[in-house]
Structures are given as C-alpha cells and as structure tokens.
Design a protein around this ligand. Structure first.
Ligand SMILES: [Zn+2]
Ligand SMILES: [Zn+2]
Length: 167
C-alpha cells in the first residue's frame, strides 16, 4: 500500500531494463489460451491482469511493441524478450508473471478456450520435483548466481562488473 492507501504494485522484465509501477486496484486477472497469445508468449497460455482502471507508469525504460493484429500491440523488453503487455483499444493488461509478487494475482477466468492445448489440464497431475531435486543431474545449480533483476525496485541496474549477454 502507498501512503494514500491506494494499492501499489511493481514489476518488470527479467533483465531489469524495463520496470513498471501500478497504482490503484488491478482489474480482472485471466489466462488466455488463444493461438495468438500462445505465440506472443512462447507458452501454453498467457496470464494477464488488466490495469485499465489503475495508473501504469514505466519507471525504467519502456517496452518495445509488436503490432500483433489490427487492434492490438504486444509489449516486451527489447533487451531480454520478457513479454510484458497486451495493449488493445479497451486498455492495457500486464503479464502476471512479470509482477515482483504475482502470488496474489489469481486468474478468475480463461479466455480463448477453443485453442487450449490438449495436455494443459493434465499438468497438475504430473509428477513434481523442486528445483534442487535435480542437483545430481545438474550440479551447476549448487553455485548458480541469478543475473535476473530482483523482485523489488533498484536504484541502479545492472550492477557494475556483470557479464553481459551471451554473444
Ligand atoms: Zn529486459
Ligand atoms: Zn489471447
């Protein structure tokens, strides 16, 4: 919460070149299974939350936008590729996973179900392991250092003396 008691949220892309702040109540949270959202996210479906009624500010950088149809743009970080926005004539929605704390932003509806991939509903029933359960097969996990932006705003980014992108 901010000083005036309006809810406030922050988030951004994985590399930290693009950061946002949302002031005010979030709108409807959803997942979209449509083929366009699959392609735009490179994923099975796209989780989005509307910020149409709130105040969205780009606090560092701004997304590059791809016009994905005659009516919509898809915003993403031009440096690291993280999908960030869906922008239509009726307002902007942000990708839920890009928020610093997505845990409270629960989807309440599914869209585009005509394109839902046939195995998506079976995923919760698959065997599950935590990340470190794979340590024998992937020993590099033991001393892994994340180069992703942390889940909070930073004064300066990236830190000095950090290796750059893979050439
Ligand atoms: Zn980025
Ligand atoms: Zn869609």
């Amino acid at each position: 919460m901010s000083l005036d008691n309006r809810p406030q949220y922050s988030g951004g892309c994985q590399c930290g070149a693009v950061r946002f702040r949302v002031e005010g109540a979030l709108g409807e949270a959803s997942v979209c299974h449509c083929r366009m959202c699959q392609k735009a996210s490179g994923n099975f479906y796209l989780p989005l939350v509307s910020v149409r009624e709130a105040k969205l500010t780009w606090t560092r950088g701004e997304p590059k936008r791809f016009r994905s149809s005659s009516h919509a743009y898809r915003g993403f970080c031009a440096d690291c590729g993280t999908p960030l926005t869906y922008e239509a004539p009726d307002g902007v929605a942000l990708t839920i996973g890009a928020f610093d704390d997505p845990t409270g932003i629960a989807p309440v509806i599914q869209w585009g179900t005509e394109a839902k991939l046939p195995y998506v509903d079976a995923i919760p029933g698959l065997p599950g392991e935590d990340t470190m359960a794979d340590i024998a097969e992937a020993p590099f996990l033991a001393d892994l250092v994340s180069y992703q932006h942390p889940d909070h705003d930073t004064e300066e980014w990236p830190p000095a003396a950090r290796p750059g992108r893979k050439p």
